[in-house]
Design a protein around this ligand. Sequence first.
Ligand code: NI
Length: 136
Amino acid sequence: MLERFSISLEQDLLKKFDRHLRSHKYGTRSEAIRDLIRKSLVKEEWDADEEVVGVISLVYDHHQRRLQDRITDAQHDYHHRVISTTHIHLDHDNCLEVIIARGNAGRVKELSERLTALRGVKNGSLSAASTGRHIH
Ligand code: NI
């Protein structure tokens, strides 16, 4: 059920908010506000070390010696948390591996940091997703 409430904002802040809403293609202010609230709830889950879902992306050098083994070893060490791994051969030199992990935020971050720090990983990122429990 939807509830309505009104918000008071300084003009300047409202202008900035409307710009944000246009650049992010929101249809209405309500949808933009709902998203901001959900984002901040997800951030709270991560900050409080709750159970989260994280999407780890790695772009790395296919020719780096033993790197693929190290990436696989790390995932075996966290095998209770890794729920999916997709490997894409981007081109002759580069691979992309996307790892979805579920568990306490601290452990998911730990895995992401371990993978990203490996020599030969050119780009590593962790996208903070949610289990969905707290953001209906
Ligand atoms: Ni590959």
